[in-house]
Write a protein that binds this ligand. Sequence first.
Ligand code: GTP
Ligand code: MG
Length: 457
Amino acid sequence: MLTNSDTIAAISTPPAVGGVSMVRISGSNAIDIAAKIFRPAGKKNISEMAGYTACYGGIYSGGEKLDDGVLLIFRTPHSYTGEDVAEITCHGGLLVTRRVLRACLDAGARMAQAGEFTRRAMLNGKLTLTQAEAVADVINAKSDGYLRCVNAQLDGALYRKITAVKELLTDMASELTAWIDYPDEMDEPFDYTEGKQRLKDGISAVKELLDGYGVGQLMKDGISVAIVGKPNAGKSTLMNLLAGCERSIVADIEGTTRDIVEENVILGGVPARIADCAGIRDTDDPIEKIGVEKMRRRIQQSDVIFALFDNSRPLSEEDRALMEEVKGKNVLCIVNKQDLSSELDKQFLENSFSHIIAISAKNEDSLKTLDKAARELINPEKLDISAGFIANERQRESAVSAKKAMESALNAMEQEMTPDIVGVTLETALDNLSQLTGESMSEQVIDRVFSRFCVGK
Ligand SMILES: Nc1nc2c(ncn2[C@@H]2O[C@H](COP(=O)(O)OP(=O)(O)OP(=O)(O)O)[C@@H](O)[C@H]2O)c(=O)[nH]1
Ligand SMILES: [Mg+2]
């Protein structure tokens, strides 16, 4: 536990005007500090308030009343940080909230650093490092799917999975130690048969986690999608359908969209940044030419391409040029204007693309078809939300190193090397896994993790 003088305070709500704001105080002096600035409306004595109780009253700075508010008390160890915590909720004005914080600091608290409340929670054993990282991910989650994943993580899913692998390695290492310590008493060479199988199980558990990393990142950071096609195919109409508003200009004039128009949406359960591009065609118009070049670059930078074809017109040179441009990319072929009579060689498109749908971008029902197709393309279900997942580069680095060390150990076993050699590689794997879960972690890494947090969390 930290020292008495080290009681911290911060505004835990966003720095914006709202209905209410909250100032959080944590540390051994939290309740005394709250008592200095908060006067309950009734006869309540703050120092005698039990944990999980609240009272209404006035908030004061010196003799001056700042606001009315509510004080909520948590007693150690039953609080977020594990320390005594007081939360003062006041009206959500920027000035009044800052004045309440200033009053806490004047009464003896120190300004909290970014993530310091969560850091204390971890140091006091309320959270593991991977759970603390999940707290930041909950705050930053942009899609329902990702929120469900990080909630499983917050529940300790990754920690449990890694702990199971660690237990397996620890058992093996202790069996080897007996052999290493008393080699003269062992007449037979060490039998690795069972150990090899157990190690293979451990490697596949870590590999499974690493395989889900890409999908986890997609769900976290989102994907970039480029809508491309020839002029008038209906790209901007599709953009507006996805955006749910008139984001792009739609007109029956070829070359309407010139610059890239972007919007953030949720697509196939993941956040997506959609780019409506200029139509592909040869043009003498210098401005449109720039737009077409930008579209080409965007195709290369995007994770997913929506390639639009117009059902009411035969395949043209521009369509074929587009098919060349998107080769090798993750493409959803969209045949648009399904409500009009068909002039398009759909069979040719079906032979050329593995994902193809037919819609009418003017019709809202098309959203369901688009969402289903996007799910098949992105496949967020690959991520088993209940199983825990590797959520960031720090965790991935440790998992990769652990897997490498486990593979070396397996290799050493297969070559019948002596238990001391196998033991060293197992220890390395264990160390890497402990770094992942945070049990063996340098101050520097912990600083890096918590610098991602906002002040007040
Ligand atoms: N009937 C029908 N018309 C559509 C559909 N989608 C788009 N359109 C019409 O097609 C015309 C061109 O639509 P846009 O969305 O502007 O086409 P675009 O691909 O963005 O065109 P450029 O910006 O010029 O490259 C407009 O008149 C739309 O109303 C559809 O599904 N059915
Ligand atoms: Mg357009």
